[in-house]
Design a protein around this ligand. Sequence first.
Ligand code: NAD
Length: 416
Amino acid sequence: MTSNISFLSYVMKQFDEAAQTIGLSQDLCDVLKKPERSIIVSLPCRMDNGELKVFTGYRVQHNSARGPYKGGIRYHPDVTLEEVTALAMLMTWKCAVVDIPFGGAKGGVKCDPKNMSQAELERLTRKYTMAIANVIGPYLDIPAPDVYTDAQTMAWIMDTYSKIKNEPAPAVVTGKPITLGGSEGRNEATGMGVAILTREVSKYLGKPLKGARVVVQGFGNVGYISAKLLQEMGCRIIAVSDSKGGICSNEQLDVEKVLNHKKMTGSVINYEKAKNITNEELLELECDFLIPAAIENVITSKNADRIKASAVIEAANGPTTPEADRILFEKGILIVPDILASAGGVTVSYFEWVQNLTRTKWSIEEVRANLERKMVKAFDEVMKFAKEYKTNTRLTAMVVAVKRVAEAVKSLGSWP
Ligand code: NAD
């Protein structure tokens, strides 16, 4: 969440490259480079000590040609309009690459949630919802959790929105608690998508999944689920890490036991059956599949040359810098880009929305089977195009996405 201006220009650069590859007309480029709506709201909020504090909130709606806007809301001290704009644009491409009928949006409130009580967070969330209530809705814009927001935050948004509209509106947000219409499997969806795509990469590269060596950076929601599912599929998880450092084993780590160790000690480090390593060393381990699932900009021009994985599956948003991207491509390392690799979450969000609108409840098996179908189809489409045009997979995923959105914008025409 640092250097937001450059993050936005990086996202714009990715778009420009894709637009150039497909020869997109200048007028369509102009439409797609600008968000359809950006709003900034001022949120006076009473703190527990009686003080009135004024927070700033944002909602950026990038494009709705393929369906209602969709995207998370983050609470963080570094949130800026530029960052939210870049993330909104990425959501448009992410929804398009997995072909779900949503556009892209993102929201954020500049605050320090780690130093706020639950009561303060609830008041702030309800204020923010009131301020954006006229521009969100089940058929208009559907928020979801992101950094430092969760199912509880979504429950408050849903409740506030439903009270304002005077009717229950579960489909206004996704990532809700199950009791309020949340979907089975939403919590593990991103990690499950990562595991499904890792399995597809192994087939694509002709490398057996059984016994494949996997390294995972970040042992949070996405990293842990990815590691757990891949271990169940027969992979050897040889290293994992968190913000305090990493651990590696010559044989393999027992993912459940590492989780218990982390729960007891607060970190994966000092796990008795492994060697402590740094996060930098972890990225450079010899392995079949490297899964960055922590933060952005970890594979850079400084270490890309020393990456020894056969494939990098980008579970995190933006883990590879553009310079590193080029180096990995030249080394023949296959990248599954973030907009595709981390799309499991938004895909199951879409399933949640469908269940809410149709008043149905899918079993976990149905959710998994539908996620599998969507992810595999998207991967096949991107790989087919990458082979045909000999382009790198990041550009290819962008091309597939931009093409879909541009066609929708073109078909809609311009009105009035
Ligand atoms: P999380 O907070 O549950 O876990 C993050 C993990 O990364 C933690 O183990 C943390 O200790 C570790 N970490 C933090 N800083 C680190 C550092 N400098 N080096 C190594 N490890 C570090 O978050 P999450 O939900 O698992 O998300 C992980 C990544 O996946 C993020 O980039 C997020 O944007 C992306 N993502 C998440 C979802 C989702 O559904 N949760 C969806 C799409 C993308």
